[in-house]
Design a protein around this ligand. Structure first.
Ligand code: C5P
Length: 216
């Protein structure tokens, strides 16, 4: 199968030297890309800025902003079987990007933010690839993950609970629950992101094969 995997954060510029971003390390997405290659799948890895070596064998596409990731995903999904949106794409971006460095002043400063385009929501509802989203939640994990599964028009939503600071973002370990459209769920308990990635690739590809009309 051909998988498009997104990983890492995006950066939204404020001025030439500042940006808005998040704590995503890219470790989960890179582990999924590696596990997919290990399982003999073809992988396009669309990555935000991270400090990780790309897995050998993946076609790497580097992006910085949410808009760049949006364009790269739309181009890559044309001929893919599975899209795994593991990247922590910015939800907001500055309404204006200053051309010159913003000067410090002794007064309050507010930054106007506008929503960044939601990549998953922008995908065609009728398509011939399987779409997997990620939901990083600090509370009411199942409720939020199931809501995202529906509103983001995904086939599967992988949720991780960020209320435990030892796992998830930046960590080498994770614990996830996978929610499917039919209402089923499956939990992978706390373990290394490498092992979680192998399990996820198996579960995703097994379910993708069931719904895709192509023959594998
Ligand atoms: O809404 P939230 O950011 O929590 O949703 C997370 C999921 O949506 C992830 O799969 C992420 O890659 C995707 N996302 C997106 N476009 C955005 C923000 C998030 O596709 N602008």
């Amino acid at each position: 199968m051909k998988l498009v995997v997104t990983a890492g954060p995006t950066r939204e510029p404020i001025d030439p030297v500042r940006f808005l971003s998040n704590r995503s390390s890219g470790k989960m997405g890179y582990a999924i890309a590696s596990a997919a290659i290990e399982a003999n799948h073809e992988v396009v890895l669309i990555s935000g800025p991270v400090n990780l070596a790309p897995p050998a064998g993946a076609k790497l596409v580097n992006v910085i902003t949410a808009d760049e990731m949006h364009a790269a995903v739309h181009e890559a999904v044309h001929d893919c079987d599975v899209l795994v949106m593991c990247a922590a794409v910015s939800d907001y971006k500055p309404a204006h990007v200053a051309e010159q460095k913003i000067k410090k002043r002794d007064e309050k400063f507010s930054l106007e933010l506008i929503p960044a385009r939601d990549i998953l929501k922008s995908l065609p509802p009728s398509r011939n690839f399987f779409a997997v989203g990620f939901a990083a939640e600090t509370n009411d994990v199942e409720e939020h993950a199931r809501a995202k599964l529906a509103t983001k028009n995904c086939d599967m939503m992988v949720a991780n609970d960020l209320s435990d600071p030892d796992i998830g973002m930046e960590s080498d370990e994770n614990a996830v629950t996978i929610f499917s459209r039919g209402g089923e769920s499956e939990t992978i308990s706390r373990t290394s992101k490498k092992i979680i990635a192998r399990e996820l690739v198996k579960i995703i590809c097994r379910n993708a094969k069931k719904v895709l009309t192509k023959k594998f």
